[in-house]
Design a protein around this ligand. Structure first.
Ligand SMILES: Nc1ncnc2c1ncn2[C@@H]1O[C@H](COP(=O)(O)OP(=O)(O)OP(=O)(O)O)[C@@H](O)[C@H]1O
Length: 311
């Protein structure tokens, strides 16, 4: 079996004169979690819809396990499952009935289906809720049921379009745990997200999509390294101190919070020098913290560069 399970080469998609995907290319390794990270309207759903054979690209190629999503869509559909942004759950049926119905539509024999449903209800923490109508479920439970439905026949690749959008922080944490377990069971997961933290926590590889182009790609660590060193965040007692420090330090200033952020190489000697210099001017910061770059910083940096036309 080859390492690459999803291969995307120069995909283009336009609606009239609006270019939605502009030469998109990337690969996803088998058994990994891949995150397509981008803002609203960046082209994430369009990419998922092409890869899951719901629509076709105007140009370019995409394959799943070596099968072309356009020419061999039938085979691709057998290998994948898709969970969209809007849960495909029948509100009037119970959780168990939803699973039964979709299992029968998927032509699973009753014995296999009964066993599979019991496993999925257990795995997705829905045993207690199984006999209750889905309309009584919370957003998180509904999303879990939706994913359980898409796992009735074990797919090679599971596509999840914004799996945690609209969920409360606790349900997001639970979902992350489920997705990690799913990956450990061998399923390749392709997810789209607007949440930098989600991509950071879950993904083995992240591709940042902006206006239909991949503007950066790598592991969370690689993307964070792009931004550079650690940052040192200094908070001052009052505006007078802050203004004085601003003249001495070359950093990013935030006057409303009386904060200045300067790059730091993590070296204690340079920190001592900086503090001595402030001290010589009778400035003693109220608070000093080291901050590791976040994916937020990466995203800000990349999108700022692309707006400046540097990409
Ligand atoms: N069928 C369509 N007809 C016209 N324009 C479309 C169509 N589908 C998508 N678009 C446009 O393509 C762009 C990308 O949409 P897409 O849904 O892929 O973005 P997204 O990154 O998934 O954003 P969101 O998080 O809002 O879903 C948007 O500007 C959208 O309006």
């Amino acid at each position: 079996m080859t390492k690459t399970i999803i291969s995307v080469e120069n995909l283009k998609k336009s609606y009239r004169d609006h270019t939605v995907l502009d030469n998109l290319s990337f690969n996803v390794d088998r058994g990994t979690i891949f995150a397509l990270l981008g803002e609203n309207g960046a082209g994430k759903t369009t990419t998922v819809r092409i890869l899951s054979t719901l629509i076709t690209a105007d140009r370019g190629n995409a394959t799943i396990s070596g099968h072309d999503t356009k020419r061999d869509a039938h085979t691709v559909r057998k290998k994948i499952s898709l969970t969209g942004q809007y849960a495909a759950v029948d509100e009037l049926l119970t959780g168990e009935e939803n699973l039964q119905m979709m299992g029968r539509l998927n032509h699973l024999d009753q014995k296999t289906l009964t066993k599979r449903i019991a496993d999925l209800l257990e795995q997705f923490d829905l045993v207690k809720a199984a006999k209750k109508p889905a309309k009584s479920y919370s957003g998180g439970m509904r999303r879990r049921l939706d994913i359980a439905i898409s796992l009735l026949s074990t797919p090679e690749v599971l596509f999840l379009d914004e799996p945690t959008t609209g969920l409360d922080p606790r349900s997001r944490l639970t979902m992350w745990k489920f997705l990690q377990n799913l990956k450990n069971s061998g399923v390749t997961i392709f997810l789209t997200t607007q949440y930098l933290e989600e991509a950071d926590i879950l993904a083995d590889k992240i591709a940042v999509i902006h206006q239909g182009k991949i503007v950066e790609e790598g592991t969370a660590e690689q993307l964070k390294r792009l931004v550079g060193e650690e940052m040192l965040e200094l908070t001052f007692h009052d505006l007078k101190e802050f203004n004085l420090a601003q003249n001495l330090l070359n950093g990013l200033t935030d006057s409303s919070n009386l904060q200045i952020e300067v790059p730091s190489n993590g070296n204690t000697e340079s920190l001592r020098q900086l503090l001595n210099e402030l001290h010589d001017h009778s400035i003693n910061p109220k608070d000093i913290t080291f901050r590791k770059p976040t994916l937020d910083d990466v995203f800000m940096k990349i999108t700022a560069n692309s707006q400046k036309g540097e990409l």
